[in-house]
Write a protein that binds this ligand. Structure first.
Ligand code: NI
Length: 217
């Protein structure tokens, strides 16, 4: 099977799986990550086939929704790719990217080994910030039964993936525990540039949020 057909079948498979998902990890999140990754990749020397496959398959079994099991995502990706005729080296690379790309807490390292992995991680992180990131964060907060904000509680910098998973902070806390940290964790120059603008928009958003909270606007 040629690469274009593998990508087309994977696109349709993931779209069917994640259609209508309501936590912000739906098909359209994957679509944006896939587009972002292809855009970032134009400035990088990478295997675009690996980048696109990893972007399309990165959220079909998210560790956050599988009790912290980081093997669920790569396992689901491998099961799918095994049904197509994909090289083992490509499958192993895609699975490694999916296993290592997630944000798992302010104090937890999540460095990528390959340039392809860096591109996909950046693309996923861009979709977690800016206007889209704000929308997804509130959707995720609602999905996890979190308060919009609790002014009496301070954000918690999580030191381990377990702490991060067990976190019960408000959605506004999540900005400080994840979203606002991402611009300084981008791997590529292209993503860093895009992240600056999205970051500035989130700061403006928070400024207005606090002002409106006190009835000042
Ligand atoms: Ni994602």
């Amino acid at each position: 099977m040629d690469n274009a057909l593998i990508l087309a079948q994977t696109h349709d498979h993931v779209r069917a799986l994640l259609q209508g998902e309501s936590s912000g990890h739906d098909w359209w999140h994957v679509y944006r990550v896939w587009r972002n990754a292809a855009h970032i990749a134009t400035d990088e020397r990478v295997d675009l086939f690996v980048v696109e496959l990893a972007a399309l398959l990165h959220d079909i079994a998210d560790w956050k929704f599988h009790g912290g099991d980081v093997t669920a995502g790569p396992h689901a990706a491998r099961t799918w790719l095994d049904t197509l005729t994909v090289d083992e080296t490509v499958i192993a690379h895609v699975c490694e990217i999916i296993a290592t790309m997630s944000f798992k807490g302010a104090g937890v390292a999540s460095a990528m080994r390959t340039r392809e992995g860096m591109v996909v991680q950046d693309a996923d992180r861009l979709d977690a910030i800016g206007a889209i990131g704000i929308a997804r964060t509130f959707a995720y907060g609602g999905h996890m039964n979190r308060a919009i904000w609790d002014p009496d509680r301070a954000p918690q910098p999580h030191a381990s993936p377990e702490d991060y998973l067990a976190g019960t902070g408000s959605t506004i806390d999540h900005f400080y525990e994840k979203l606002l940290l991402l611009k300084d964790r981008m791997n590529t120059a292209t993503a860093r540039r895009l992240a600056e603008e999205r970051h500035a928009f989130m700061e403006l958003y928070l400024e207005r949020f606090y002002a409106e909270w006190e009835g000042a606007l």
